[in-house]
Write a protein that binds this ligand. Sequence first.
Ligand code: NAP
Length: 511
Amino acid sequence: AILGHREAIQAINPATDLPLAPAYPGGDGEHVDQACALAWAAFDTYRDTSLAVRATFLEAIADNIEALGDELIERAVAETGLPRARILGERGRTCGQLRTFARTVRAGEWLDVRVDTAQPARQPLPRADLRQRHIALGPVAVFGASNFPLAFSVAGGDTASALAAGCPVIVKAHGAHPGTSELVGRALAKAVKDCGLPDGVFSLLYGSGREVGIALVTDPRIKAVGFTGSRSGGIALTQAAQARPEPIPVYAEMSSINPVYLFPAALHARAEALAQGFVTSLTQGAGQFCTNPGLVIAVAGPALERFVATASELLPACAAQTMLTPGIFQAYEAGVGSLTEHAQIAAKGMAAQGPNQGQAQLFVAQASAFLSNEHLQAEVFGAASLVVVCADDEQVRQVSEHLEGQLTATLHLDDADLARAQALLPVLERKAGRLLVNGWPTGVEVCDAMVHGGPFPATSDSRSTSVGTAAILRFLRPVCYQDFPDSLLPAALQHANPLRLRRLFDGQREA
Ligand code: NAP
């Protein structure tokens, strides 16, 4: 069900600044109402599908996206300015993600079945038979991200995990890539049809966030929200969801500057190699990653000077890159302007050769300035980063305590740094969702153990992840069945365990 007839949404090719046909008529409150009615009507049927049917559906979406072939790749390149190789990689990730969720659905561990059998003879009171499983929350509203037109958009991680949980999904298409959204939306709608599922399992809406987006989040039939984008957008949607007569959870992934710690022994041993790795991570994809390394923290000294000098030599050879939208480019320019005002510039990348090209920039500030100036820890979405120079370990700790919540924190260390790293870990665990050693934060694996989340403002709810199979948990809730006759129990909870799940049975995990 693809809806809409209002003011048009039209993509702009950021590499040329020219509009891309066609214009997509935007929806209004009436379309939101239709999509929500369809989703609600589909909910009980869809959440009751067998694990096999739901897994096959997720695989059919992946197959249908791949079957779109070059048309999808070309449209996504034109709408985002991202290189073809990157879009190809992202398609692989998106389809791999859907197939990973299919595997997760089939395994059924997410049902988290717990059984406490009756103890009729227990004294002083008998115990009832109690059985718990997880069920889908209800229809989910998903807001696609601009920076991952496939992997965090119409059939991206939020959609895949919500569908895996048994929730119908309504996507609000991102206005930056309406054509890519349509192609993927049609592939998804075809999978719904091919698998014989009700229409309302998936809908795609075009329109403004402030009208269509807010109407969606405040519709009583929507029971959860997934979002990736700006801090202001995430906060607006979270507040709208909290102000409903029935508040609902919003999983918004918003703003993170991803501190990178260079510990003394590692810095002394390989300042130049670290600078090389840092510049590569910083400038990848024009820096338009939520895990982009926007902050480097180290103790002052000759080794840190070598790091800054090498990064400053490398940066001028980095070409300016087309950013996703004119708006994101302008926001980057404004962010860089603010850093220029509040910190010292160390180096710049090559100057822009075309419209909307972001020039990489590196800044330096003393820790004392960082601690007293909130402008210095605002996210600048793009290839800009700030080196914070600390007087000693104590100041590293103060800077760390001062940080807002983060998606990641990276530690570059050698054996001689382990005690220092150990001392800082309790702070970093409080601040970030993923801690990594001797790597770079860009590149987020889709797997069982991944956490792509973190305390506010990295996300609106630090208890979950938006990447990896644990993302399914966001869209589930537990239900307990007490003293049910076996025939009335859902299959997952029946005595004979027909789904062969590894249940927690009277306190023991079944083999
Ligand atoms: P955005 O402006 O937050 O938009 C994302 C989605 O949310 C769009 O569909 C938008 O609809 C909707 N939306 C935004 N503000 C809203 C509001 N107040 N009420 C209701 N809906 C709202 O994000 P963007 O366009 O992708 O990029 C803008 C900035 O976001 C970037 O410059 C960057 O700072 C940040 N960003 C961060 C990440 C990250 O991973 N941390 C990723 C992407 C972007 P409309 O288009 O109709 O407004």
